[in-house]
Design a protein around this ligand. Structure first.
Ligand code: FES
Length: 115
């Protein structure tokens, strides 16, 4: 499974990656979490996080243009759903990881699967 949003919460560990003030509406933040590139977005007050690696050819998908909850990889245009990591269009056919995001106080936290 790569949509970690579906994982049992007890199988996740949450890490603070930003504050609410830091990540305004429409903004994104590129992260490096133990060597794994992840990107977190604020879309109209909803927070979403995906792996920042395109399943087509490892492009920096997190830098792509947004259209609602879809993001287009800047390299060859494959689109993914930020909510699920689902590949929406060619040339990608494999989903990318999506992570749960929660807000605790003013901290934005990403849920990472426990080893
Ligand atoms: S690397 Fe993303 S579409 Fe090719």
């Amino acid at each position: 499974m790569v949509n970690y949003r579906l994982l049992d919460p007890e199988k996740l560990e949450y890490l603070t990656v930003a504050t609410v003030e830091e990540l305004g509406n429409g903004q994104r933040k590129l992260l490096d979490i133990d060597g794994d590139p992840i990107v977190v977005f604020n879309i109209a007050g909803g927070y979403f996080a995906i792996a920042d690696v395109c399943s087509h050819d490892n492009g920096p998908v997190g830098e792509g243009d947004l259209d609602g909850h879809a993001i287009a990889c800047p390299r060859h245009g494959a689109r993914f759903d930020l909510r699920t990591g689902k590949a929406l269009s060619l040339p990608a056919v494999v989903d990318i990881p999506a992570y749960p995001v929660r807000v605790v106080g003013d901290e934005i936290q990403i849920g990472l699967p426990l080893e």
